[in-house]
Design a protein around this ligand. Structure first.
Ligand code: PLP
Length: 357
């Protein structure tokens, strides 16, 4: 892919940047540039460019605003101690976006083009990649949307793919603490044949009211059950789940209606390397309740790019609660193993890291 570059003439000053990187928060500050490429049926992907970061001008009839034909990805760029900048399994994000896009009837952007786009943006905005202390990183948000101005219901004939970047601090302020979960019995996130396995804004839109319910009950996150039987654990709003058993085995809900997390897949490989076989299967809410009560389940954790791995605390629902299992700290060892690879402090035995700058 041929990428043209128009450099910003109003880049943020070194002083201001240092201030931002000292306490970046999440998703509030954006880098000086953005990547953009357009698609039409006749020309395919064309006009790839890096340009100054700024607002988009959209026709009010732009299809995505009405019918939510959209997909996105979430990934990070990590600075290593020698100053180099790396990403974690970016081809997996690219491949997942291709699958999501197929589900949303959007055109597929080739894996190589996706990775090239991400790399091009990180190259021009390299000074925005924070130092690794405190688990800081540059969060990358590739996204694709129906940019055709047309109110008819059909796949858009004009599509835009962009990448924006935002420095991020650690997900946990003041140390990792267990997240409490609200079990929603009213809402589900995905049904059979639906788009639960696609990373698309609509899944997030539908999860917000359940998240509100969780917050109203004093919980940090919501856990969804399967839509068909209301029996099996699916995932949190944006994190996959793992259940550690007394014999060292780990169970994680099978794929199909859940989002196939790249952290989930990586944790599976790391856990198996540490001698913990991982079973992917249906896991019922009853098995959760019974397993904690009997001591069969020793630990529960959730994972995703933003938090990496977080221990799960109490589970609450209307009229009940399951306490937090004691825990043997496996979540913490896995988390450490993963961030050590990401920040270049441990050998990259699986070949997961790709150098960007
Ligand atoms: C992105 C996402 C995850 C986590 O995926 P990672 O690739 O590990 O970041 C889990 N669940 C949902 C619904 C997601 O959108």
């Amino acid at each position: 892919m041929q990428i043209s570059t128009t450099r910003s003439t109003e880049t943020v000053s070194d002083e201001r940047l240092a201030e931002v990187l000292a306490d970046p928060g999440f998703g509030v500050h954006f880098t000086d540039h953005m990547f953009r490429v357009e698609w039409t049926p006749d020309a395919g992907w064309h006009g790839a460019r890096i340009e100054p970061y700024g607002p988009l001008t959209l026709d009010p009839a732009t299809a995505v605003l009405h019918y939510a034909q959209e997909t996105f990805e979430g990934m990070k760029a990590y600075r290593h101690a020698d100053g180099s900048v790396w990403s974690f399994r970016p081809e997996e994000n690219a491949a997942r976006m291709a699958r999501s896009s197929q589900r949303l009837a959007l055109p597929v952007l080739e894996v190589d083009d996706f990775v090239q786009a991400v790399q091009a943006l990180v190259e021009v905005d390299e000074r925005w990649v924070p130092d690794p202390a405190g688990e800081k990183s540059l969060y990358l948000r590739p996204f694709m949307f129906a940019s055709e101005a047309f109110l008819g219901v059909r796949p858009a004939q004009h599509v835009t793919f962009m990448v924006i970047a935002s420095p991020a601090g650690s997900y946990f302020k003041g140390g990792v603490h267990p997240v409490s979960l609200w079990l929603t019995e009213e809402y589900t996130r995905a049904g059979r044949g639906g788009m639960g396995a696609a990373k698309t804004g609509g899944n997030y839109a539908s999860s917000l009211v359940a998240q509100q319910e969780a917050t109203a009950h004093g919980c940090d996150q919501v856990v969804f059950l399967d839509a068909q039987e209301g029996k099996y654990v699916e995932e949190l709003g944006g994190m996959n789940m793992y259940f550690v058993h007394a014999d060292g085995r780990i169970v994680t809900p099978e794929t199909g209606t859940i989002l196939e997390g790249i952290t989930r897949a990586s944790i599976k490989e790391l856990a198996e390397k540490l001698g913990h076989p991982v079973e992917e299967r249906k896991f019922s809410i009853q098995e959760w309740k019974d397993g904690v009560a009997s001591g069969e389940i020793t630990e529960i954790f959730a994972c995703g790019t933003a938090a990496v791995v977080t221990p799960v605390g109490a589970l609450r629902w209307d009229g009940g609660e399951v306490a937090t299992p004691e825990g043997g700290g496996l979540w913490s060892r896995l988390r450490q193993a993963l961030v050590d690879v990401q920040y270049g402090r441990a050998a990259d035995d699986f070949g997961w890291m790709k150098r960007l700058v």
